[in-house]
Write a protein that binds this ligand. Structure first.
Ligand SMILES: [Zn+2]
Length: 204
């Protein structure tokens, strides 16, 4: 007698391992289910674990690399299951419900998650011009407070523009040196790791 499905007792069945992945930011979970599977239980398991991975598999840097590999590793088992005939009637248990194909499940939208994350990072970097690249002649606005400034470069013609950079002191946090620039009324000093500079500002 050949292999029997581990889940419903049907045969024919094949040996295979179906995988899933969960990314938990720092932790990862590698899920796997071992056969033998009949055709129906095999297809059901691949669809179920892959659709969960589509949502849960991306959450972490390592996970976002491992997840697509995990999902691709289910293609081999899926082909094995599809080449089996339907389970013979009279099995002790009922084969699992194979459900809809993956491409007709909402979970397939999970494929867009990594693309959306990358797009969000790119957009965030494009829209925020930090002051470290700011040059004399450009304008800035302070969206924070005097104690906790959040200074951004803005277009000088925009209504947001509050100050014009009239001098920039590289590698210096000594804002008294701003006095050398005529019309200076404010300064903005940044010290972050090895980066330090001072912007000397005049009202627009
Ligand atoms: Zn089965």
């Amino acid at each position: 007698m050949g292999l029997q499905c581990r889940f419903c007792g049907s045969f024919p069945a094949v040996e295979a391992t179906v995988r899933g992945h969960q990314g938990l930011i720092i932790l990862m979970r590698f899920l796997k289910l071992q056969g033998p599977f009949c055709r129906t239980c095999g297809i059901a398991t691949v669809r179920d674990m892959t659709s969960k991975s589509l949502w849960q598999g991306w959450w972490g840097i390592g996970s976002s690399i491992i997840n697509p590999i995990t999902m691709l590793m289910n293609i081999g088992p899926m082909q094995k299951f599809k080449s089996l005939p339907e389970p013979a009637p009279g099995a002790p248990g009922r084969p699992m419900d194979p459900g809809k194909p993956l491409f007709r499940r909402p979970a397939i939208l999970g494929l867009l998650l990594p693309i959306l994350v990358i797009a969000a990072i790119v957009i965030a970097n494009l829209s925020t011009t930090t002051t470290s690249e700011a040059a004399v002649g450009q304008c800035v606005v302070n969206n924070g407070t005097a104690d906790d400034p959040d200074v951004k470069v803005v277009d000088c013609t925009s209504s947001e523009a509050a100050y014009k950079i009239i001098g920039k002191l590289d590698d210096s946090t000594d804002d008294s040196q701003c006095d050398q620039f005529e019309g200076v009324e404010a300064s903005y000093t940044v010290e972050r790791g090895s980066t330090k500079y001072t912007l000397c500002l005049a009202p627009v």
